[in-house]
Design a protein around this ligand. Structure first.
Ligand code: ACO
Length: 370
């Protein structure tokens, strides 16, 4: 038995949700470029869950269900209030989503219908949890969700209590579409491994959140924001990146396990970054990012991934940098739940083998003779 490090190139199962073929990313067979240009995030959620775009009445019904389920139990809000103020929002989200299960009467119910209802609740309530935590850590009261708002609009509204601009909602909605699914990425795979034991959907989502949190995965967008802040100005990019490359340090937001010729999502975020940073009068954020890209691509051949330009997009939208990965989780909740439901439909325990490299033929030695 020989191991494939990091399971690179290993096809772990069949899936009909999302494909990456020759660098082209599709949800349900539809190119991400078309979806980013024309779709809404709610249409994408439906597409991932049902394998086809919704008709108008189906979309209206989904939006109504998402709106009606956006409020979270008061017990969960009360418990978030008791979290230490300095904890990372991904740690808070991991705990809050786990506690949602405690107040869900269907938490252990395993029928496809119950899992679909729980997927709606998870999708609808994740933005509410994050916004509530973001406010309560500052000593502010949470803002109740508006059931008639879209997910993008509602999240931005719940953060501030003010109706967001149309431009902000549109940009945020496109960002949600771009992050919604990505076949067997680490967090989705973790979710599938978890539920393949036939445990409940909440357990699968908690695994996924914990996995997304890492800087080699979803945590990279926050790390990019920290890097831009450290660099500070366009003039400092060269020496900063030079030093990192000379020290063989990783540049966050670059490289990808699957895309070697560039991440198809990055161009959308790059163009949004240019427009939004100019609009808020901080074009240097975009200019710094482009200079970083030129150097890293020029010297290492590494292209920006989805996390690189999303950092400047979210900064331009006025979002706090430690909320960037939780925002990724809002979007990816659609993909995680789609994959969990697909896993349950055709389940087999996921249990690979290890290529053992430890000692052999050892014997038990009593403790006082070791
Ligand atoms: N900066 C500098 N060098 C890099 C980077 C980077 N961002 N990414 C890869 N490399 C180099 C590695 O050092 C390695 O070089 P070596 O062969 O000389 O040792 C080579 O490229 C291969 O890199 P691996 O880490 O083996 O590639 P892998 O496929 O395992 O990793 C990953 C992919 C984790 C995304 C990697 O590119 C990385 O760490 N990037 C930075 C973190 C990041 O942006 N993560 C977000 C990914 S997208 C997402 O999850 C949403």
């Amino acid at each position: 038995m020989t191991a494939t490090r990091g399971l690179e190139g290993v096809v772990a199962a069949q899936s009909s949700i999302c494909s990456i073929v020759d660098g082209v990313l599709c949800y349900g067979g539809i190119n991400i470029d078309e979806l980013a240009e024309h779709a809404t995030f709610e249409e994408v959620v439906y597409l991932l869950w049902h394998g086809a775009l919704p008709k108008r009445d189906q979309l209206d019904a989904l939006k109504k269900q998402l709106g009606e389920n956006a409020a979270v139990p008061q017990e969960v809000i009360d418990s978030i209030k008791s979290y230490p103020k300095g904890v990372h929002p991904m740690a808070a989200l991991r705990t809050a989503v786990s506690s949602l299960a405690l107040y869900d009467a269907e938490a252990q119910e395993m029928s496809p219908e119950a899992n679909y209802r729980k997927s709606i609740r998870l999708m609808a309530q994740t933005p509410t949890l994050i916004a509530a935590f973001a406010r309560m850590r500052k000593g502010l009261e949470p803002v109740a969700p508006n059931p008639s708002y879209s997910i993008a609009q509602n999240f931005l509204y719940m953060l501030t209590g003010e109706a967001p601009t149309e431009t902000a909602v549109k940009a945020f909605d496109v960002a949600l579409i771009l992050h919604a699914d990505h076949e067997f990425n680490a967090s989705t795979f973790a979710a599938r491994v978890t539920v393949a034991t036939l445990t409940d959907i909440y357990s699968g989502i908690v695994s996924a959140i914990g996995t997304l949190k890492g800087p080699l995965h979803g945590g990279a967008n926050e790390a990019v924001a920290a890097m831009l802040a450290e660099i500070g100005s366009v003039d400092e990019v060269e020496s900063y990146i030079r030093q990192k490359l000379d020290n063989k340090e990783k540049i966050m937001g670059f490289g990808h396990r699957v895309y070697k010729d560039g991440d198809p999502r990055a161009k959308w975020l790059k163009q949004m970054s240019k427009a939004l940073t100019a609009q808020i009068g901080r074009p240097e954020l975009y200019e710094m990012s482009v200079k970083v890209e030129d150097m890293v691509t020029g010297e290492k051949g590494l292209k920006p991934n989805v996390d690189f330009y999303s950092a400047s997009v979210y900064i331009a939208l006025g979002l706090e940098s430690d909320l960037f990965t939780p925002i990724f989780a809002i979007s990816r909740m659609s993909g995680w739940t789609a994959h969990i439901m697909e896993q349950y439909e055709n389940n087999r325990l996921i249990r690979p083998r290890a290529d053992y490299t430890g000692p052999v033929n050892q014997h038990y030695v009593p403790i006082d003779r070791r």
